[in-house]
Design a protein around this ligand. Structure first.
Ligand SMILES: NC(=O)c1ccc[n+]([C@@H]2O[C@H](COP(=O)([O-])OP(=O)(O)OC[C@H]3O[C@@H](n4cnc5c(N)ncnc54)[C@H](O)[C@@H]3O)[C@@H](O)[C@H]2O)c1
Length: 305
């Protein structure tokens, strides 16, 4: 298949592109390099520097006639979305809508969109299934929800084949350690620089974590099965920030120091999604144990410092 991967110079989509290349698909990457890096773009793919929120991008999709589109390009810094909601909406809502319209007009066979469990807001059910209330509490979650609604409109009214994958906390090689989320990448970078990272609050807050290789396999499964609708793609179990620090200490083999700062406002005590619906349909399940995934990620960060 000829597949467009947007955001493929970034963390997650570069791994998705790797997987599609392994499966011998033709992969074209579109990224504007606002956050992505050229070095992340897999060999064997074709790279085109475009902004998804542009007329040129729409024309490009119409001209190239892709068989499938995998959409990961996004503005994804939650706190920046609070300061700059218009920028967040321009990329995540209007950019995604342009992509969806161009996909329909060019008769794409299947579209996969990266969404987030941030659309849920406060978790009132653990693990959260797809019928969990959707009440986003930051502009990032609002924009991702708007993208989902436009995609569902295209799917239900116009028959576009769409999988929407809501990820929880993804970690692994190539994650940007300078972002505000991604505790594993941020702490690894600090530890390897000899700096002392800050745990916000007591460190007992629990999240489910998913290794990026598992995410890439979920994108392969979504393409193969053309799973229709919204799915939670999450880890099997959760870990506290304190437990993550212990695993990082063991992976790096040293007794690393941390300090505690004030808890972040609105930081929930516990979040975890359920991947049962996606597993039932596609047979996908997370394979990477947190311990192994953290070792693999630590090795990658160590090799680049
Ligand atoms: N990292 C996570 O834990 C996580 C969790 C849930 C959902 N997601 C979603 O997964 C996707 C990928 O996230 P990531 O962690 O790999 O982020 P990332 O920042 O590494 O990748 C996003 C890529 O999109 C590109 N991009 C941004 N705006 C663009 C634009 N207007 N036009 C073209 N390219 C543009 C960036 O340059 C970057 O390479 C995003 O849609 C994000 O919302 C990520």
């Amino acid at each position: 298949m000829k597949i467009l991967v947007t955001g493929g110079a970034g963390f997650i989509a570069s791994h998705v592109a790797d997987t599609y290349l392994q499966d011998e698909h033709e992969v074209v990457i579109v990224d504007n390099l606002s956050m992505g890096k050229l070095e992340n773009i897999p060999a064997g793919s074709r790279f085109v520097n475009l902004d998804i929120n542009s007329d040129e991008f729409v024309q490009f999709v119409l001209d190239e006639r892709f068989d499938a589109i995998n959409h990961h390009a996004a503005h994804m810094e939650l706190r920046v979305s609070v300061d700059k909601p218009v920028h967040d909406a321009a990329v995540n809502i209007i950019g995604s809508l342009r992509l969806l319209e161009a996909a329909r007009k060019s008769d794409v066979q299947h579209v996969i969109l990266a969404s987030s469990t941030a659309v849920l807001g406060e978790f009132v059910q653990i693990p959260a299934t797809e019928d969990h209330p959707v009440r986003p509490i930051a502009p990032y979650g609002v924009s991702k929800r708007a993208m989902e609604l436009y995609a569902e409109y295209e799917r239900i009214v116009h028959g576009l084949s769409v999988s929407i994958l809501r990820y929880s906390n993804v970690y692994g090689p190539r994650q940007n350690p300078n972002g505000e989320s991604g505790v594993i990448a941020i702490f690894l970078e600090k530890f390897l620089q000899g700096a002392i990272p800050t745990i916000h609050g007591d460190g007992n807050q629990e999240r489910d974590y998913l290794h990026v290789n598992d995410i890439a396999c979920a994108n392969r499964a979504a393409l193969m099965t053309k799973a229709q609708g919204i799915f939670h793609v999450c880890g099997d179990s959760s870990a506290s920030v304190n437990e993550i620090v212990e695993l990082l200490r063991s992976a790096l083999g040293t007794d690393l120091q941390v300090k505690h700062g004030p808890a972040k406002a609105g930081d929930p005590a516990r979040t975890r999604g359920s991947h049962a619906a996606f597993t039932e349909l596609t047979n996908w399940r997370p394979r990477t144990l947190l311990n192994d995934g953290i070792r693999d990620t630590a090795e990658w960060f160590r090799a680049r410092t």
